[in-house]
Design a protein around this ligand. Structure first.
Ligand code: ATP
Ligand code: MG
Length: 340
């Protein structure tokens, strides 16, 4: 096996990045096959197939540290197949995101990572906390610039707590009929409180706008009032509520204190940018790169833009049949994003 491939393999194992491990395993098998080591390639393939089979039958079992967080899942999933719908149009007001579709790998500055982990740890220890009369952090607001991990953060919380993720569909929820948005909102919360789940209000600005905004009509103010009331009353026996917005300045000021935790998800710093680039490129060979020069050119980039730079650079390398990402590929991809 090539030294670079071996290093990437070890990096993926060290960071428990299953996606990268799977990709690299495939690469190793193909490399052995291309060298004519067919028997070895077949044996390696059989080993991976066997372990994938075991994992898929084991998937419903939670990680041991989060065992009590997920123990009620199977029967809840059945209950959740009956989704709340809007009265008038019979449209589902929420979508369930299946566990296998949840993205959960994210790169965050240490202090923010700790705050996400604290939510997960409190959730796992909720029974012990309750025993001492304490509540786990249950209502979370994620805010910050676009493309830095608010939606991803909610998915990661669902993944790590083992809770099914119910995403509110604001397109179905917000109705032009007087009073209907507020009543749809109530239906969703009442239903979500019945079963443990992570109720996710992504881009919640439409129901959380400042009531002082003179441009807003009475109906919006009524919806915001209802939302505030519901947040006060919402005490599901188990589960999480996560709201996300990048318009935090226009949110109603009364909203902030209704949450147990407010997390500003920031743009990545230099270290995080480098990490995101390297992780995204982990399945392709990398030539000698002056990383600090690359990172300097990416000042102000969001995490989503960093992923894009790495993916574009990898595509350039593959299309040019170099199969090796070099400095120019990354710099061209950066320049393109800067222009756009
Ligand atoms: N912290 C992060 N670590 C790694 N990748 C990230 C991170 N944040 C964002 N990304 C990448 O950017 C993509 C978009 O992120 P996400 O949807 O979470 O952004 P967002 O903050 O919700 O943006 P918006 O405000 O536009 O909804 C993700 O799918 C992922 O590829
Ligand atoms: Mg988002």
């Amino acid at each position: 096996m090539k030294a670079e491939l071996l290093k990437r393999f070890f990096r993926a194992i060290a960071s428990s990045d299953q996606e990268a491990i799977d990709k690299l395993t495939h690469l190793v098998i193909e490399e052995e096959r291309s060298k004519g080591h067919t028997l070895l390639a077949d044996q390696l393939e059989n080993i991976t197939k066997k372990s994938q089979k075991e994992k898929s039958t084991d998937r419903s079992k939670p990680a041991s540290s989060l065992r009590d967080a997920t123990r009620t899942l199977p029967e809840n999933l059945d209950a959740l197949t009956e989704l709340p719908t809007s009265k008038r149009f019979n449209l589902p007001l929420v979508t369930i995101i299946p566990r296998e579709k949840l993205r959960h790998h994210m790169v965050l500055p240490e202090n923010i990572e700790k705050r996400f982990r604290r939510i997960e740890r409190e959730y796992a220890a909720r029974d012990r906390l309750a025993h001492h009369g304490l509540h786990y952090r249950q209502k979370i607001l994620l805010y910050g610039p676009p493309g830095c991990g608010k939606t991803l953060g909610a998915e990661r919380l669902a993944w790590n707590t083992g809770l099914p993720l119910l995403k509110v569909r604001f397109d179905a929820m917000v109705s032009s009929f007087l009073g209907e948005t507020a009543s749809n909102l109530r239906i969703v919360f009442e239903d979500a409180a019945k079963n443990p789940c992570l109720l996710f209000l992504d881009e919640c600005d439409s129901i959380a706008k400042s009531r002082e905004d003179y441009q807003e009509v009475g109906e919006i103010k009524r919806v915001v009032n209802t939302f505030l009331q519901i947040l006060d009353e919402y005490q599901p026996s188990s589960g999480l509520l996560v709201a996300a917005t990048n318009l935090n300045k226009s949110l109603d000021t009364a909203l902030w204190r209704r949450f147990d935790d407010l997390i500003a998800v920031p743009k990545p710093g230099k270290q995080e940018l480098e990490f995101i680039l390297k992780e995204t490129l982990s399945a392709i060979e990398i030539g000698s790169i002056n990383w600090s020069r690359i990172i300097e050119q990416m000042e102000g980039f969001s995490a989503a833009q960093a992923v894009r730079v790495a993916q574009d650079a990898a595509k350039r390398a593959i299309l040019e049949r170099e199969e090796l990402v070099i400095q120019e590929h990354l710099e061209e991809a950066i320049a393109e994003i800067q222009v756009s």
